[in-house]
Design a protein around this ligand. Structure first.
Ligand SMILES: *Cc1c(COP(=O)(O)O)cnc(C)c1O
Length: 385
C-alpha cells in the first residue's frame, strides 16, 4: 500500500471502531473500565494483557486523537494532556532532574518563560535563555549537564525562524533532546521530527481545535522518549478529557484546509497592511522583506496565520486602532476561526521589563493579528482608521 498523504491521515487514521460500527469516533465518557473476571483484572494491571483500566491511564477517545496526531507529526507515538502548559511541564519534569541544565529560546510563549524562570528553576535545574535565531549561541550554551533544548519556531509575534536542522545537528552531537513547540505551524505546515527534532509539543488549544473551544496539549516523539513523560502524566494527572479529545479529532480532520486558509488570509492582510499610510512596518514571514523568509521556506510549507505590524504613534496609535475595530476580537488568543487582535507590549509581553521587550523587538506601536477565516475584505475594512 502506498503511504497515505496528510489530508487522508487527518481524516482516516487512529479511530478503532467498536462492535457498534460507528462511522465517527464515539466519546467514551467513563472514568474506569470493568473486567470479565478477577483473573483478567490481574492480567491488565500486570500489563500481561492490553486494555483499558482507568481514564487517567488510557481512554479510547483520547487514544484515537493521540494516534492520529502521531501519524500527522510522523512520530512513533503521542501523548495528550489537559493543556499546552501541562505538555511542556510534563516533558521537562520527565527529562530533567536536579543538577541538570537546559537551553531555551528567549522568544517563547509568555507562560513558558514563567514556567522556566519561576518553577523549573526551583528544582536546581539551570536554564540559559538565548536568541532563537543565533545558532552559535545555542552551541556555546551547551554544558556537560545540558539535557534539553526548547524552542518555538516561528516565534510569536515577530515570526523569527531558526534552522531546525542546524540545531538538531548540535543537539545530536551533545546527546541533548531537541523539543520544538509547533503550535504556530501545526503539522500541516511544519514537521519538526522530519527535520531532526526529537519531540514536538503542542498547545492543541490553538489551531488543532481551531475554534477556540477547549484547552489541550500533546507531545509527539519516539516510544522511548515518551515512556517517562507518559509515566509522569499518568502519575500526576494532567490527562486530556475524552470530550476534549473528541473535539480535537474533529479539529484534525479540517486542519490542513483551515491552515491553508489562515495562511491565505494572513498573506492578503500583510500585503494590504504594507500599503497603508498608518503602518510603519509589517512582520510577516511570507513577505520577502522578512529577514527569515528564506529559512522559513526551507522548512515550512506555509507562512502561518500570524501577522504583526507597527503603527505610527506608538502605544496611543496602537490602542486607537484596536479600539476602533468593530469585528475583530480583542483577545490574546490565537488560532481561532475568528480573527483576533492584541497589543503584545501590554498583554502577552507585559510582564517583561522595558529592556527585555526592546531586546525582543516588541515596541509600543506593535499590534498582532491572528488572521481568522472571515472574508478578508471584512477583516481589512475593520482595520481602516
Ligand atoms: C498557548 C500556547 C501555549 C500554552 O498552551 P495552553 O493550551 O494555553 O496551556 C504554549 N505554547 C504556545 C506557542 C502557545 O501559543
Amino acid at each position: 500500500m502506498t503511504q497515505r498523504k496528510f489530508e487522508t491521515i487527518a481524516i482516516r487514521e487512529g479511530h478503532r471502531k467498536t462492535s457498534e460500527q460507528e462511522h465517527s469516533p464515539a466519546i467514551f465518557l467513563t472514568s474506569s473500565f470493568t473486567f470479565d473476571s478477577a483473573e483478567q483484572a490481574a492480567k491488565r494491571f500486570a500489563k500481561e494483557e492490553p486494555g483499558n483500566i482507568y481514564t487517567r491511564f488510557t481512554n479510547p477517545t483520547v487514544d484515537a486523537f493521540q494516534n492520529r496526531l502521531a501519524a500527522l507529526e510522523g512520530a512513533e507515538a503521542c501523548l495528550a494532556t489537559s493543556s499546552g502548559m501541562s505538555a511542556i511541564f510534563a516533558t521537562l519534569m520527565a527529562l530533567l532532574k536536579s543538577g541538570d541544565h537546559m537551553v531555551a529560546s528567549r522568544s517563547m510563549f509568555g507562560t513558558t518563560i514563567v514556567l522556566l524562570s519561576d518553577i523549573i528553576s526551583k528544582f536546581n535545574i539551570g536554564v540559559t535563555f538565548v536568541d532563537l535565531i543565533d545558532v552559535d549561541a545555542w552551541e556555546k550554551s551547551v554544558q556537560s549537564n545540558t539535557k534539553v533544548f526548547l524552542l518555538e519556531t516561528p516565534s510569536n509575534p515577530l515570526g523569527e525562524v531558526v534552522d531546525i536542522r542546524a540545531l538538531a545537528a548540535i543537539s545530536k552531537k551533545n546527546n541533548i533532546v531537541l523539543a520544538v513547540d509547533n503550535v504556530i505551524m501545526t503539522p500541516a505546515l511544519q514537521q519538526p521530527l522530519a527535520l531532526g527534532a526529537d519531540l514536538v509539543i503542542h498547545s492543541a488549544t490553538k489551531y488543532i481545535d481551531g475554534q477556540g473551544r477547549c484547552l489541550a496539549g500533546a507531545i509527539a516523539g519516539s516510544d522511548e522518549l515518551l515512556e517517562g513523560i507518559g509515566s509522569f502524566i499518568r502519575t500526576t494527572g494532567p490527562t486530556l478529557s475524552a470530550f476534549n479529545a473528541w473535539i480535537l479529532i474533529k479539529g484534525l480532520e479540517t486542519l490542513s484546509l483551515r491552515m491553508r486558509m489562515h495562511c491565505e488570509n494572513a498573506s492578503k492582510l500583510a500585503n494590504w497592511l504594507v500599503e497603508q499610510e498608518f503602518v510603519e512596518k509589517v512582520h510577516y514571514l511570507g513577505l520577502e522583506s522578512h529577514p527569515n523568509h528564506e529559512v522559513a521556506k526551507s522548512q515550512q510549507s506555509g507562512f502561518g496565520g500570524i501577522v504583526s505590524f507597527e503603527v505610527k504613534g506608538g502605544k496611543e496609535g496602537a490602542f486607537r486602532l484596536i479600539n476602533n475595530t468593530k469585528m475583530l476580537s480583542i483577545t490574546a488568543n490565537l488560532g481561532d476561526t475568528k480573527s483576533t487582535i492584541t497589543h503584545p507590549a501590554t498583554t502577552t509581553h507585559g510582564r517583561l521589563s522595558d529592556e527585555e521587550r526592546a531586546q525582543s523587538g516588541i515596541n509600543d506601536g506593535l499590534i498582532r493579528i491572528s488572521a481568522g477565516l472571515e472574508d478578508i475584505g471584512d477583516i481589512t475594512s475593520d482595520l481602516k482608521p
